[in-house]
Write a protein that binds this ligand. Structure first.
Ligand code: AMP
Ligand code: GLY
Length: 430
């Protein structure tokens, strides 16, 4: 089978790495990819938002399956373009991608289908947002409606911070038209967990729970990022809560989308807060998380390719995925200045030494080649991943390997897994 993967991050490298292991694979392409992906796939120089060119390429090469990594092309309608040209795609159509593309749609969808989520109101201007914040109480959460690369959420703690936040949305217009409407919602507290499932429009195949480290600095300080590390198991979910997430959140979401004539085929990713009143949805994403995809795909025992083909055809032939018992962890190596303005262009050393450690895979994100030399070319540069019998083993291996890799502006979180391990000791947690 000929497969095209769309995207250029660690998630897409992990997808290509996993798909490359399939005996059904004959040719693997990635657009636009990165130097790490180039080791396992042929790179195609088309950007991930050039949806017409991507669809033309897939049709011309008679690609059997396209797998879309990031949200942007999905919300632009890449899946519809591909289907229109007769190319199978694993990833939701534009109407189903609204679940991530519009937070207003997602919140109202959850309300319609009784999916647990924080109380909210929709504001169209500063006065409406101010009034909603008064009703909901501080701290209050403000979210841009549209895509904002994980940066569209502000949590003012008092009136002065609220005014500053409102100026960001409505005066500065930092989020452009994505901030025309703002979701004002109650602030929840608890532990966050990522729950992902593969969907075929009707059925779902849950992946194991995963913990993502969104903030830049240790102890969850600093700005939100795309994610600085991840591990699976999450070490924060009991199996009973996992089952209730499937029954009360994931299944109603897939059924609700089908009932609204927006059948969801692709990865449904629920970002959850485990509150004292049970799990609540913070957001839905319509794709694999990054870095979550990296440890999750390391744990997946099944051949990914047939499962994705079946998902694209609208009919899974397996009732569940086979997941390895071994844990997996990912530590992201980023560059100073991330997420605002990362330093770029520095030579990366020690990659081969890192990869030589047992159980270790290093996935590329923001890298480039300058002649023979690998250099940094983005905020998140590499995902250093490891598997291990226990989560502790996986984390230790990932950190040992991460210490082999150097460039002058390298930064990383040193506490991926630490807090959950300290607390989870003794209990059995998924
Ligand atoms: P989102 O893009 O909606 O996932 O929001 C990004 C981050 O903001 C989440 O990972 C949470 O850390 C935080 N967040 C979002 N919604 C809430 C909420 N209702 N209460 C507390 N924190 C939230
Ligand atoms: N790691 C969070 C995300 O992919 O949205």
């Amino acid at each position: 089978m000929k497969v095209l993967v769309v995207g250029s991050g660690g998630r897409e490298h992990a997808l290509c790495w996993k798909l490359r292991q399939s005996p059904h694979l004959t040719e693997l392409y990635c657009a636009p990819g990165n130097p790490g992906i180039a080791e396992v796939a042929d790179l195609v120089p088309i950007a991930d938002d050039e949806i017409h060119q991507l669809a033309d390429f897939a049709a011309d090469l008679k690609i059997d399956l396209t797998v879309v990594g990031p949200e942007l092309p999905l919300t632009l309608g890449l899946a519809d373009e591909l289907i229109g040209r007769g190319v199978a795609v694993f990833g939701p159509r534009q109407q189903a991608a609204e679940l991530e593309g519009s937070k207003v749609f997602a919140k109202e969808f959850m309300r319609r289908h009784g999916i647990p989520t924080a109380r909210f109101e929709i504001a169209h201007d500063a006065a409406e947002a101010r009034a909603a914040a008064q009703r909901l109480g501080f701290p209050v959460v403000l979210k841009a409606d549209g895509l904002a690369a994980g940066k569209g959420v502000l949590i003012p703690g008092d009136e002065a911070e609220l005014e500053a936040a409102l100026a960001t949305f409505f005066d500065e217009r930092r989020f452009g038209s994505a901030g025309d409407r703002v979701v004002v919602e109650r602030c929840l507290s608890g532990e966050e967990v990522s729950f992902l499932a593969l969907c075929d429009g009707e059925h779902l195949l849950p992946l194991p729970p995963c913990k993502d480290y969104k903030r830049l600095e240790d102890d969850d300080r600093g700005p939100n990022t795309g994610g600085m590390g991840a591990h699976s198991p999450s070490a924060v979910l009991s199996s009973g809560v996992g089952a209730s997430i499937i029954e009360r959140i994931m299944k109603p979401a897939v059924a609700g989308m089908a009932a609204e004539n927006r059948p969801f085929a692709g990865v449904l990713y629920a970002g959850l807060m485990l509150t004292s009143e049970g799990p609540q949805v913070l957001e839905f994403n319509v794709r694999f998380g990054d870095p979550e995809a990296q440890p999750l795909l390391m744990r997946l025992e099944d051949d990914l390719l047939p499962v994705l083909v079946q998902g694209a055809q609208g009919r899974f032939e397996t009732p569940r995925l086979r997941i390895r018992k071994a844990a997996a962890a990912c530590v992201v190596l980023a560059s100073r200045g991330y997420p605002q303005k990362p330093v770029k262009g520095e030579p990366i050393q020690g990659l081969e030494a890192a990869r030589a450690h047992p159980g270790v895979e290093v996935f590329h994100a923001g890298t480039a080649r300058a002649g023979a030399q690998l250099i940094t070319a983005g905020g998140r540069v590499l995902g250093v991943c490891a598997s291990g019998v226990q989560l502790l083993d996986a984390l230790r291996r990932a950190y040992v390997a991460a210490a082999e890799i150097h460039w002058p502006s390298k930064i990383l979180r040193r506490d991926v897994g630490r807090r959950v391990l300290e607390r989870a000791t003794g209990g059995s947690r998924a």
